[in-house]
Design a protein around this ligand. Structure first.
Ligand code: MLT
Length: 320
């Protein structure tokens, strides 16, 4: 494309509705983040319609690959979390290369996780919870959203840390929205899920919560501040926060990428978006957080790929 047409392209961008591909089922944490972000970003993109396409399966890698192969014109984007960094260590034949097949548009948020149980679970504290698991070896199951999902990685790390029940069965779903329905119904017993999905259920008493996965207590959150961290419960060094990023296919023209990054950064300063995320326990990066720049976002993910590989290798014997 000559310089003239590229800048003309940016002027015309967006020239049609934008699609946010969410690689998990509707109604789950990733979907919630994507829809709230779309509502805010579109205000800075001539009020363009932004539609969400829930392309789920294989721990999010099917949806991610759909975007890696999409037309690089800025109208098809990916909202994905740590899966971009965890899947290289878990999928021998990953159909895309995280650091080569995407343009990095910036980090959207950081989200704590909560260890939660079905409402009938006879435990009210984390200690009771561990004792119940110890007393019911091989009888309980943990739900997650597929290999490499946040709930899978958290389950892996937690089981490796507590070494309580190596035979705990795991049940894979197309996202933690359907998994949450089964937890509420008591079909599954345990889950580690993001606060964007659990806060309202805990508040409504539909599930039980036992601990949070962050290094520090969630002191700012009116509900989540009441739960201990896993470190306080004796799981030394346990520290897991989920992050979400926004991506375009490799080769999307630079002026289009710049417009999208600017719209993302405007959303990160949108009080409505920030407040909605805060209510769900999620934290939006500060304006000076390097990860809101494409270079900073990519460097962060490259580091996370190495970090998660070490975690997964160590906990490997607990992989599905
Ligand atoms: C996960 O566990 O990776 C997410 O909760 C999946 C989802 O957004 O449903």
């Amino acid at each position: 494309l000559s310089i003239v047409t590229v800048s003309a392209l940016a002027q015309d961008f967006p020239s049609k509705p934008i699609t946010f591909v969410v690689p998990f089922a509707a109604g789950g944490p990733t979907d919630t983040v994507a829809r709230q972000l779309a509502e805010s970003m579109r205000k800075h993109l001539n009020n363009v319609a932004i539609v969400v396409d829930n392309a789920s399966g294989a721990g999010g890698t099917i949806g991610a690959n759909k975007v890696a192969r999409a037309t690089p014109d800025g109208h098809t984007l990916l909202v994905w979390h740590i899966g971009m960094a965890s899947t290289p260590a878990l999928y021998r034949k990953l159909p895309f290369k995280p650091l080569d097949d995407f343009e990095y548009l910036g980090i959207i948020n950081d989200v704590p996780m909560t260890l939660v149980g079905k409402p009938q679970l006879p435990a009210n504290t984390y200690r009771d919870f561990e004792n119940y698991i110890r007393a019911n070896q091989g009888k309980l199951n943990l739900g997650h959203a597929g290999l490499g999902s946040a709930s899978h990685i958290c389950g892996l790390m937690w089981q490796y840390a507590v070494k309580l029940d190596k035979s705990m069965a795991t049940v894979a779903y197309r996202g933690t929205a359907p998994a949450m329905n089964d937890l509420i119904a008591g079909t599954i017993d345990v889950m580690c899920d993001q606060t964007t999905n659990t806060t309202q259920q805990i508040e409504a008493g539909r599930i039980k919560a036992f601990a949070v996965t962050t290094a520090k207590p969630l002191a700012d959150h009116p509900l989540l501040k009441h739960y201990p961290t896993l470190q306080e419960m004796g799981l030394r060094d346990f520290n897991l926060t989920i992050w979400h990023g926004l991506y375009a296919p490799k080769g999307t023209p630079a002026p289009v990428l710049q417009k999208l990054n600017e719209a993302l950064r405007a959303a990160l300063r949108d009080p409505e978006f920030v407040q909605k995320q805060k209510a769900l326990g999620a934290i939006v990066p500060a304006a000076n957080d390097r990860r809101v720049t494409p270079e900073g976002h990519k460097a962060f993910v490259a580091n996370e790929i190495n970090k998660l590989k070490a975690v997964i290798d160590a906990a490997g014997q607990y992989a599905d």
